[in-house]
Design a protein around this ligand. Structure first.
Ligand code: ZN
Length: 323
C-alpha cells in the first residue's frame, strides 16, 4: 500500500539538507554562486563519499545567504513535509550557516524561519553544532541556542564528521544548552562504532542519539539503550545511500527494535539520499513486512521522544489518531 497519507513524525531532519536541488539551484543562480561542484548533470546533488557529501552540503549552503532565503527554505521544507503527511518534525538548524554564529544575526534568521507556515504541520528547531568545525565554534553555537531557547528552539545537538575530535571536547557546549533547559541529542554510531555512542552518552549526557545503529555490534550497549530508554533517530535510507549498510535487509533497525531499543525513522537529508518519509515506510514494508501496527509504534515512540512541550504533544497525538 502507499503510506503517503499515513500521518508521520520525523525527528532527524537537517533543514539545509532537506532543500530540493531545484530550490538551491534557483537561489544559487540568483546569487551567482558556482554550482558546478554541487550538482551532477542530472541536477542531483553530487558526492561519492561521506566527506564529499559534507563538502557538497556546505557548498549548497552558500546559496542561502539571508534570513529571507531561510524563510523560503523553511516554507519549501514544510510543503514537502505536508506532502508526505509528516504532522510533526524537528529540524536541525545551524547558526554556522545563519550569520556565522552571531547571536543578533541568528535571531533574525530564526524569526524568518518561523514566518514560514503550512497548515497541519508543526515544526520545531534543534540548534546544531558541527563537530568538524571544532569545540570553540560549538560553544558559540551553544550560546546562540541558549539565547533563543523557547517555544521554537527546543533542543541542542551535534552533527558533522564523527571521526573528528572526541565527544568530550564538546561537553561544555552541551552543558550550556542543558543549563538553559534545552533537550539534547547528538549524532553518534553512524560511522564511529559503538564506542562513539558510549562516549557521547557519558560525556554529553544526551537523551537521543542521531543514527546510533552501530550499537548493534555491542550487546552491552544494546542492553543499556533498552534499559535506559535512550531513543535512536534511525535513518535507514541515509545509511544505505552513504554505504554504512549495503542494503536494508542488512540494516539493524529490526534487531535493535526487537532487543527493546526505542527506534524512530527519519530521512536525515532527503534529497541528498533520494528518499522521503513515504519511501522509508514503503521500504520497511517491502523488506521487513512492517504494517500499520509497526508504523503506529514508530509514531508513538517518536512523539514520546519529541522535545516539544506537553501541549504540542497532545495536539500532535490527535493528528496521529486520524488514520
Ligand atoms: Zn543527520
Amino acid at each position: 500500500m502507499s503510506w503517503k497519507s499515513f500521518p508521520k513524525v520525523e525527528l532527524h531532519l537537517h533543514l539545509e539538507g532537506a532543500a530540493d536541488p531545484a530550490f538551491i539551484r534557483e537561489l544559487a543562480v540568483e546569487k551567482s554562486v558556482d554550482t558546478r561542484k554541487i550538482f551532477d548533470k542530472s541536477g542531483a546533488y553530487k558526492y561519492d563519499s561521506f566527506n564529499e557529501f559534507l563538502a557538497v552540503y556546505e557548498a549548497a549552503t552558500l546559496a542561502l545567504k539571508s534570513p529571507e532565503d531561510f524563510k523560503r527554505l523553511t516554507q519549501s521544507v514544510l510543503e514537502n513535509l505536508a506532502e508526505h503527511n509528516v504532522v510533526y518534525a524537528e529540524t536541525f538548524v545551524s547558526p554556522d550557516f545563519c550569520g556565522g554564529r552571531d547571536v543578533g544575526a541568528w535571531r533574525e534568521y530564526l524569526e524568518a524561519m518561523q514566518e514560514a507556515h503550512v497548515e497541519g504541520v508543526t515544526l520545531k528547531g534543534i540548534v546544531t553544532c558541527i563537530r568538524h568545525f571544532g569545540p570553540d565554534k560549538a560553544r558559540e553555537t551553544a550560546r546562540c541556542a541558549v539565547e533563543t531557547a523557547g517555544d521554537w528552539i527546543v533542543g541542542f545537538g551535534m552533527g558533522g564528521a564523527e571521526d573528528v575530535g572526541a565527544a568530550g571536547d564538546f561537553s561544555r557546549a552541551f552543558d550550556m544548552a542543558r543549563e538553559a533547559g534545552l533537550r539534547l541529542t547528538s549524532h553518534a554510531g553512524e560511522w564511529g562504532g559503538a564506542q562513539s555512542i558510549w562516549d557521547t552518552l557519558e560525556d554529553l549526557k544526551v537523551e537521543r542519539i542521531g543514527h546510533g545503529v552501530q550499537a548493534i555490534d555491542d550487546s552491552k550497549l544494546v542492553d543499556y539503550l533498552a534499559e535506559t530508554g535512550i531513543v535512536l533517530e534511525v535513518n535507514p535510507g541515509s545509511n544505505i545511500a552513504l554505504g554504512v549498510y549495503a542494503n536494508l535487509a542488512q540494516h539493524p533497525i529490526v534487531k535493535l527494535r526487537d532487543a527493546g531499543v526505542k527506534v524512530t525513522v527519519s530521512t536525515d537529508d532527503p534529497p541528498f539520499f533520494h528518499t522521503t518519509m513515504t519511501k522509508e515506510f514503503e521500504r520497511l514494508e517491502q523488506v521487513f513486512g512492517w504494517g500499520v501496527d509497526d508504523f503506529k509504534l514508530l509514531n508513538e515512540t517518536a512523539l514520546e521522544a519529541a522535545f516539544c512541550d506537553a501541549g504540542t504533544k497532545d495536539l500532535i497525538a490527535k493528528r496521529l489518531e486520524i488514520v
